[in-house]
Design a protein around this ligand. Structure first.
Ligand code: G1P
Length: 271
């Protein structure tokens, strides 16, 4: 059973400047609720009991958001406001399940994952990239189902326009298991249009095996000098770990870009 999730939150959020010059992008409100709470709700609904946040000194604001008890208690003493009481209760519920770890140098997603090594107990764990919001269907929940059925690693996927392949991890299909699940043959981080093996992209939800930590500790920097989780996934595939790409049914929203962030508010307001 998958009970633990990790969420890399140390990214600088340059695509959302100027907002992110003083603010953590994951706390920006999407229809009145911080983006990170949508991600946490997805985890809770999928049966996750513990979440490891990878933050940095520059993103202390995220920890403070969950550790502001004195402030809430003072306000609630003065004002018997039911809405504030409920919000505080929700924060307390989240706080109970969150652990923090630091990644102070932006060395890449792979490096962020490696920081969580000492926390992971089970054979597999879930990773969610907070820029990727998936609404209408719980993607993590359906991926956990796939994992339980095939006992393999899983990553979320969707088809993208060929001209945008340079933005994503792109994979080559080995075998179609059924309509929504494919066995992956290889995966490349942000390939050129010429080198892309398909237009099938990896989206920010992964069920990874604990064995990835030993691969990550030896992982050399790849594209853009960063340590990519994609490169370690490829090493695991080379070592016969099977990875399933799960074509999720929900709606994908890219909250890491300004256009996507604005669109996500509009889309969520419609639900
Ligand atoms: C990361 C991954 C990439 C994946 C993408 C999904 O890229 O490295 O393989 O396709 O998330 O959003 P990033 O968004 O950090 O550039």
């Amino acid at each position: 059973m998958i009970k633990q999730a990790i969420i890399p939150l140390a990214g600088l959020g340059t695509r959302l400047l100027p907002l992110t010059s003083v603010f953590a992008k994951e706390l920006l409100p999407i229809n009145g609720k911080p983006g990170i709470e949508y991600i946490l709700d997805e985890c809770i609904e999928a049966g996750i009991k513990e979440v490891v946040f990878i933050i940095s000194k520059k993103k202390e604001m995220i920890r403070k958001y969950f550790y502001n008890d004195r402030f809430y208690k003072k306000i609630l003493k003065k004002k018997k406001d039911l809405r504030i009481k409920e919000e505080y209760k929700k924060i307390l519920k989240y706080k109970k399940m969150i652990k923090f770890v630091y990644q102070n140098k932006p060395l890449g997603t792979g490096d962020a994952v490696l920081k969580t090594k000492r926390f992971i107990k089970g054979k597999y764990f879930l990773m969610l990239l907070p820029d990727d919001l998936i609404i209408k269907q719980n993607c993590s929940k359906s991926m956990i189902k796939v994992h339980n059925q095939y006992k393999s690693s899983v990553m979320a996927s969707m088809n993208v326009a060929k001209k945008t392949v340079t933005r994503w991890g792109i994979y080559k299909l080995k075998k179609k298991l059924n309509k929504k699940n494919y066995l992956v043959e290889k995966v490349i981080e942000k390939p050129s249009i010429k080198k892309a093996p398909s237009n099938k992209a990896v989206i920010g939800r992964y069920i990874l095996p604990k064995t990835i930590f030993s691969v990550l500790s030896k992982q050399k920097p790849g594209k853009g000098g960063e340590i990519h989780i994609t490169d370690s996934i490829q090493s695991l595939i080379n070592n016969s770990e099977s990875f399933i790409a799960h074509n999720f049914s929900g709606k994908y929203l890219d909250c890491g870009s300004m256009q996507g962030y604005i669109k996500s508010t509009l889309e969520i307001a419609k639900i």
